[in-house]
Write a protein that binds this ligand. Structure first.
Ligand code: KG4
Ligand code: ZN
Length: 324
């Protein structure tokens, strides 16, 4: 079954075709219009999706050699509603025109399942750490549609903290990749940053406090941005990994998959891979599968379609949509 997947929930216009043998085409257009603003401007994101969606979908179909897929999947949320609507409506119209099944996919579920796309060895159950610009949560993934939230952030998402720290030092947007590159050149011991905890909730994260600590350090003394990046990244990665280790103790599940934009971070990837030395099975997807893409939507949609789910064409989008 070849499934077209469409993703427009934030600032990537993406379309992919996934079949029985995996990804047949994966087209991602990252919007540049937001760079001048230091963050995603929802209204501009929606308009930019409108300009690109036809070309992106067309390119995915051409590259895959599939002119009429067997089904269409699209992100239905969570995300910026105006942005989600563009890809969602386009996908519904295509499903209607081709007279094939349509399925509205939860973007977080797309991230959570996507590591399985390239990794046949990633079997259920596993711990799924979803770390992106809008979400930071650790899930127990027991099967398709069977997810338990083990911990999540009480304030900023970790990707948001990366972006804000980058903005404090005028490093550009999105900040995550820049901080990642600069951290590799800096000295994390040049400043001491806290590993904020949430009272009474050992599995929860707080990244707002970490971000504030960086702001205060920058106001207090003259620091090399490379060192700030290194110290911030180390603190963020430590926080993420300490909850992962706790979850492994609590659940007994020793299989971990990373997902979401921040899973492209070198510091996080190597900290996760280091768990292999203790016999943990670790799955770190290729970087292009970490940030938003259409293949994760096509794949999650395909899993549900194979399980018999079909969505109606009067389905609507959701700004908030917890996956568990
Ligand atoms: O999953 P994603 O593409 O979109 C959302 O669903 O949010 O994640 C985007 C986030 C941004 O905050 C970006 O700065 C961050 O992922 N990011 C990174 C890296 N690459 C992307 N953060 C840290 N290190 C990276 N290499
Ligand atoms: Zn995402």
């Amino acid at each position: 079954m070849n499934v077209l997947g469409v993703e427009t929930s934030c600032d990537e216009s993406a379309a992919s075709v996934v079949g029985a043998d995996g990804v047949r085409a994966d087209i991602i257009y990252s919007q540049r219009v937001h760079e001048a603003y230091g963050g995603v401007v929802p209204e501009l994101a929606a308009r930019a999706h409108l300009e690109r969606i036809a070309a992106v979908v067309e390119a995915a179909l051409t590259e895959s050699g599939v002119s009429r897929p067997d089904a269409v999947a699209a992100t239905a949320g969570p995300g910026l509603v105006g942005a989600v609507l563009v890809g969602f409506s386009w996908a519904k119209a295509l499903a209607r025109a081709w007279d094939v099944p349509f399925i509205g996919v939860n973007h977080l579920e797309g991230h959570l399942l996507s590591p399985r796309l390239d990794e046949p060895d990633l079997v259920f159950p596993y711990l799924g750490l979803v770390v992106s610009g809008g979400h930071t949560a650790l899930y127990l993934v027991e099967g398709l549609g069977r997810y338990q939230t083990l911990g999540q952030t009480v304030d900023d998402a970790v990707g948001e903290a990366f972006d804000k720290v980058a903005r404090m030092m005028d490093l550009g947007y999105p900040g995550g990749p820049v901080v990642d590159r600069m951290a590799a050149l800096g000295d994390a011991t040049a400043l001491t940053l806290p590993r904020p905890r949430v009272r009474g909730e050992p599995m929860a994260w707080s990244f707002a406090g970490l971000k504030t600590a960086v702001r205060q350090a920058l106001a207090r003394e003259v620091l090399d941005p490379k060192d700030v990046c290194a110290a911030f990244q180390e603190a963020a990665v430590d926080s993420l990994m300490s909850r992962v280790r706790l979850a492994m103790k609590q659940t007994g599940v020793r299989r971990l998959a990373l997902a979401g934009g921040v899973a492209a971070n070198e510091g996080l990837r190597s900290a996760a891979l280091a768990l292999k030395a203790d016999g943990v099975e670790v799955f770190v997807p290729p970087k292009t599968r970490c940030t938003d893409n259409g293949s994760m939507i096509a794949y999650a949609g395909r899993c549900h379609l194979m399980a018999g789910r079909r969505d109606r064409l009067d389905m609507t989008v959701r700004a908030q949509w917890p996956v568990a």
